[in-house]
Ligand binder design. Sequence first.
Ligand SMILES: Cc1cc2nc3c(=O)[nH]c(=O)nc-3n(C[C@H](O)[C@H](O)[C@H](O)COP(=O)(O)OP(=O)(O)OC[C@H]3O[C@@H](n4cnc5c(N)ncnc54)[C@H](O)[C@@H]3O)c2cc1C
Length: 402
Amino acid sequence: MSLYNVGIIGAGPAGVFAALSVCDFYNAQITVFDWQEPLKTLLPTGGGRCNFSYFETDIRTFAGYYPRGSKFLLSVLSRFNMNDTVDYFENIGIKSYVQNDNRIFPISDSAKVTSEILLKRAKLLGINFKKERVNHIYHNGENFVVSTQNDDYEFKKLILATGGKNFKLARKLGHKIITPTFTLAPLEIKETQYYNLSGLSLKDVWVKVFFENKKLLNISGDMLFTRNSISGPVIFKISSICAYEDYSDKNPLELKINIAKQSIQYLENYVEEFKTNNAKTAIKNAFGDFCPKNLLDLILKDNNIEPLKQIAQMTKKEKEIILKNLTEFTLHITSKVIGTGIVTAGGVDTNEINAATMESKIVPNLYFAGEMINVDGFTGGFNLQNCWSTARVAAMNLFEEK
Ligand SMILES: Cc1cc2nc3c(=O)[nH]c(=O)nc-3n(C[C@H](O)[C@H](O)[C@H](O)COP(=O)(O)OP(=O)(O)OC[C@H]3O[C@@H](n4cnc5c(N)ncnc54)[C@H](O)[C@@H]3O)c2cc1C
């Protein structure tokens, strides 16, 4: 095999995996540029445990976990998917396990150990890392010229993997960037009276999301109150699906949360039966199966319902208010919490990338990988899988005959 010359911009998961993958297909000379340490961005993933993929063998279902780019990714996943990733990792010494929520982690439970193994392999393969920021890229008619603060470097093929915060290079090369916005973030709530519920978690609640009187979503999962905001898997999903909704203090998203996870009718029957058998029980102690105590206390306070009143004395109106709150507890979302999102929605327009090769449709010999593409997934390992899959497909097609 002849020697090929490949430049990769960005040493995050996508850039490093692209570099390793190029070596599986070609006898290439690879240079990876990043002003940060390689794989620094892998270290905080999965709370330091590196949730690197999600166990789902059906690629259509898998692609459905990406609010943006699912169709594009379907083609990518048909070439390199979760199974391929797990096998690849295992082959280089990263054994993994599937957690009971289907998230996949390395057996070491350590992003640091995972990154060390990947970088050890990169060293073994002779991949060259340059700790330099790329300021400018142009094509001199024969090669790409990559210009850093130190020097200019020439490459036949270039893979851009600059992540979700740096689109300047792609834009300058002529690519359309879909407006980036951060996602997978906690959401700020308008109802200040619930701020002191911080730390309270609600298990597997059912949530309906409305915007401008239109129902957007029906979704379920765990949530958590955190000071002036709410968080947790179901909230992250909402922040992701509603990434481009223009909600604000004046025009908030409305969440109606079924805390009890029961229908109104079921709760009506429950109350009637409970009243018969426990007439003297205080209202505040009658709904323990359906609502955490401190939340019920606040609901009662908010609605001027006497918590110590016996359940038998509860008026029809009071019952209606309580049951409505248990099944449609309403919160208004004014914004995402600034500076908290863990992934970027938006990025290089997928219409300008060939999904079978990851090559630019605008600039020949330029390829893309990772979060900089307008593809983003829910929490669960989907965003790293996007990195592994797009990087692998870019690498395997670099020198294919056209
Ligand atoms: C706290 C946190 C936890 C997360 N946990 C998970 C998880 O458990 N599972 C999951 O699937 N996803 C997780 N993610 C998301 C995941 O980490 C990202 O999707 C992933 O890192 C994207 O990889 P990337 O290589 O495309 O981009 P990045 O990781 O952002 O890497 C891009 C690199 O390019 C470099 N770069 C940019 N511009 C230039 C330039 N001009 N010159 C040189 N270098 C440049 C940057 O310095 C950076 O190192 C998490 C994210 C965060 C923030």
